[in-house]
Unconditional design. Structure first.
Ligand code: SF4
Length: 88
């Protein structure tokens, strides 16, 4: 994975805004299970540390797909907020 594929190389884990969503990956909590990737593979990938990071193409996934990805995480390491409200 190259840094230029990241939405923001300074903040690979967020918090970052994608459309109306704010995405945060808990770097410490992420165990690299990669269950988040199939539902939203334009949004999440694993970096060299085996942690989920947010891709520049994230806006190509739908909100529902991104939310599904967060729900798929076995340790709920992805937090999603919308309009200041925690969705997950
Ligand atoms: S599913 Fe959860 S633990 Fe697995 S890579 Fe994604 S964020 Fe990390």
């Amino acid at each position: 994975m190259s840094e230029e594929n990241l939405l923001d190389p300074e903040k690979p884990y967020g918090p970052l805004n994608v459309g109306d969503l704010e995405i945060i990956v808990d770097r410490e909590g992420c165990i690299g299970a990669s269950a988040c990737i199939p539902p939203a593979d334009k949004t999440f990938t694993l970096n060299d540390e085996g942690k989920a990071v947010i891709l520049a193409t994230a806006s190509e996934d739908s909100e529902d797909d991104i939310i599904d990805a967060a729900r798929a995480c076995p340790v709920l390491a992805i937090k999603i907020r919308k309009n200041g409200k925690d969705l997950i």
